[in-house]
Design a binder for this molecule. Structure first.
Ligand SMILES: *Cc1c(COP(=O)(O)O)cnc(C)c1O
Length: 355
């Protein structure tokens, strides 16, 4: 609390990022990719010319947007880029959901940054309970009189994804307000709704290089939608920061998108590891929700979740426990390499033996 802060700053509840430990640990707590970025990324870093840093970058990020447009089979005008998808989401909430007297509908359990943006901007929230299978019940989103709808698909921290056909049904009855589908975890088995943007000018799809492209440290995110939505985002961006993408991020992002083989190999390895780990955890009497993401949401039955997280930490393994009421029996575990997941299941088995 400081007398220098604007009113309301002290009352904010900021997002709490997962821990980045200083000592070497097996990090299964922030859904980073365990594999390195594409080899072209290292080439870019080796040959990057300092001279490029003397000037401001392209404020329109045309080269990166063109490469994203080719990758997703859309046009450049349908692509927006930002400093991580967190920034893109922050702009989208301001551009589309700040509507006096109307609440934004989001799932009760979803990416915990959404309520943070709402508090920052003063957007009212309506939380929709998940169903008994921990899925986002699309049919329960309100029909009229709301500011819009936002959800992650696959959802976090549960990992469940709806099919494109399911989301199409939602879009057919939601035409007046923006429907934001956060595809941060696309690439691990879910379907993208990007092919629906031409038919649905109110659909905004966000994505990131942080998870499936192994580039969380580079901060590159994007949105794909109709020209009018992208223009709305550009108006917010240019009222905030004209240059969210620096020249290094642009070159690195393009190199990552060019290497489709590396992308395919990594994502398939992660999906295979996820299936093997699911079986290993179930054998230890741990409930595992079906996941189409690079993490799994699990409920230990032999010990409480807090003591499992503490035991794992003592064994050099970080996982994520959410203190949120309703989630306290669960742990979110990122998919690492096979060796990391074997270390995880070995540590869990050791806790069982210790009783
Ligand atoms: C990780 C994550 C993001 C943010 O990704 P960045 O591009 O690294 O900012 C957005 N949405 C969800 C659901 C995420 O899990």
């Amino acid at each position: 609390m400081s007398k220098f802060w604007s009113p309301g700053v002290a009352a904010l509840t900021p997002y709490v990022p997962g821990e980045q430990p200083r000592q070497r640990m097996i990090k299964l707590n922030t859904n980073e990719n365990p594999y390195p970025p594409a080899s072209g990324v290292e080439e870019v870093l080796r040959h990057f010319s300092c001279e490029q840093l003397r000037r401001y970058p392209d404020p329109e990020s045309l080269a990166l947007r063109d490469m994203l447009a080719r990758t997703y089979n859309v046009t450049r005008e349908q692509v927006f880029v930002g400093n991580g998808s967190d920034e893109v989401l922050a702009f989208a909430f301001r551009a589309f959901f700040l509507r006096e007297g109307e609440a934004l509908a989001i799932p009760e359990y979803t990416y915990s940054f959404y309520p943070v943006y709402c508090q920052l901007y003063g957007i009212d929230l309506e939380k929709i309970a998940l169903n008994e299978r921990w899925e986002v019940p699309l049919a329960h989103f309100p029909e009229n009189g709301h500011a819009g709808i936002a959800f992650a698909n696959p959802n976090a921290p549960t990992g469940h994804a709806h099919s494109r056909a399911d989301i199409k049904l939602l879009l057919e009855r939601q035409r007046e307000r923006v429907v934001l589908v956060d595809e941060a975890y696309y690439g691990f088995g879910s379907e993208s709704v990007v092919p629906l943007i031409d038919e649905h000018p109110n659909l905004l799809v966000t994505g990131t290089f942080s998870k499936s492209r192994s580039l969380a440290g580079m901060r590159i995110g994007f949105a794909i939608g109709s020209r009018e939505l992208i223009e709305g985002l550009e108006r917010i961006k240019d009222s905030f920061n004209s240059y969210p993408i620096d020249p290094l991020a642009s070159a690195v992002g393009i190199a990552a998108l060019e290497d489709t083989r590396h992308y395919e190999e990594c994502r398939h390895a992660i999906m295979a590891t996820r299936e093997a780990t699911t079986q290993a955890l179930e054998a230890l009497d741990i409930e595992v929700l079906p996941s189409q993401a690079n993490f799994m949401f699990v409920r230990p039955r032999r010990h409480d979740a807090v003591s499992v997280a503490a035991h794992l930490r003592a064994s050099g393994i970080l996982v994520r426990h959410f203190g949120t009421p309703g989630l306290s029996d669960w742990l979110r575990i990122s998919i690492g390499t096979d060796a990391e997941m074997t270390a995880l299941t070995d540590a869990l088995a050791a806790q069982d033996r210790a009783g």
